[in-house]
Write a protein that binds this ligand. Structure first.
Ligand code: ASP
Ligand code: CP
Length: 338
């Protein structure tokens, strides 16, 4: 598709060719994200970063990505700090904010809300997560990470096995990821969840329609025994009717080093969209995995900046100008990116 001026709301909008485009632009962002070069290509542009739900990674990495391209960021966090708390509609909010910004990233607790906002917006809107529906930029960075991890093992996106573990009903990252997997071939998808938190049928049907093998189970250990990627998720407690109900499932699936060593094939990659819930009652990915070289969670977060830079560069149509506006970095940058 032609990305210029487009909203990015759902993986449904993207073809496999579009994903290739996003990934190759993301690759080209590495010198900037890894602090080798600075670009001013978006000098003067403003990002409206509108987060009406808690966020660390998505908010800060979209903001950093925009800054790394030379643009400025204006933020609203929490409904209570915006005029939505005074009864202002999404329509009016969108009309107003799109006069202040060149592009908007929005997260909101209601499914479909970002699309509703985008309809009224005068500038492109990127979905930073809408309720239990989708989180497309997360799925893109996840797939980008999976591609890189498989590549080091001589494998490709067209023939691999992945387990999606946890709250697959409310988890928007796995919803978007399933849609993305549907664009590839010969993927075995093992869905691990309690029955009540199973992946909605529409996503499973679409995966099967793409010719993928889909297995559903509520047992962790056998499921992680035969996969290349174990993708764990957090119980989406904020989407449950009551804390009591959420409690029934808290801590159901916990991956730690002992279980990994016992059940996983060597070099199984461990992923998670984060935040992992590190409280003792939940702890879906134990801290004792932190030294495991196959734990890819912080490679995912680093890759998020590349993918989000690519989305801005494509939507604002500056891909060809990024290098023209660049110079080497002139401060100490250390060696955090290897
Ligand atoms: N951060 C991701 C999201 O906002 C996953 C999570 O919160 O569990 O969807
Ligand atoms: N993965 C993710 O969306 O993280 P945040 O909720 O911290 O943005």
């Amino acid at each position: 598709m032609n990305f210029t001026g487009r909203h990015i709301l759902s993986i449904d909008q993207l073809s496999r060719g579009d994903i290739d485009t996003i990934f190759s632009v993301a690759d080209s962002m590495e010198p900037y994200a890894h602090r080798k070069k600075v670009t001013k290509v978006l000098d003067g542009a403003i990002l409206g970063n509108m987060f009406f739900e808690p966020s660390t990674r998505t908010r800060v990495s979209f903001g950093s990505a925009f800054n790394l391209l030379g643009g400025e960021v204006r933020e609203t966090t929490g409904v209570e700090n915006s005029a939505i708390a005074k009864g202002e509609s999404l329509y009016d909010t969108a009309r107003v904010l799109s006069g202040y910004s060149d592009v908007i990233v929005m997260r909101h607790p209601q499914s479909g809300s970002v699309a509703e906002f985008a309809e009224a917006s005068r500038v492109p809107v990127l979905n930073g997560g809408d309720g239990d529906n989708e989180h497309p930029s997360q799925a893109l960075l996840d797939l980008y990470t999976i591609r890189k991890e498989l590549d080091t093992k001589g494998r490709s996106l067209d023939d691999f096995r992945i387990a999606l573990i946890g709250d697959l009903k409310y988890g928007r990252t796995v919803h978007s990821l399933c849609k993305l997997l549907g664009l590839y071939q010969r993927v075995k998808v093992v869905l691990v969840s309690p029955n009540e938190l199973a992946m909605p049928d529409s996503y499973i049907d679409a995966l099967r329609h793409s010719g993928h093998e889909v297995v559903e189970t509520d047992e962790l250990e056998p499921a992680i025994a035969g996969v290349d990627i174990a993708y764990s998720t957090r119980l989406q407690e904020e989407r449950f009717a009551s804390a009591e109900e959420a409690k029934l499932y808290r801590g159901r699936y916990r991956l730690n080093q002992a279980i990994y060593t016992k059940y996983c094939e060597p070099n199984t990659v461990i992923m998670h969209p984060l935040p992992r819930d590190s409280r003792s009652g939940a702890n879906e990915l134990d801290n004792d995995l932190n030294e495991n070289p196959n734990l890819a969670i912080f490679r995912q977060t680093d890759n998020g900046v590349l993918v989000r830079m690519a989305l801005f560069a494509l939507v604002l149509d500056v891909v060809g100008q990024v290098d023209r506006e660049s110079r080497p970095v002139n401060w100490y940058t250390g060696s955090r990116f290897q």
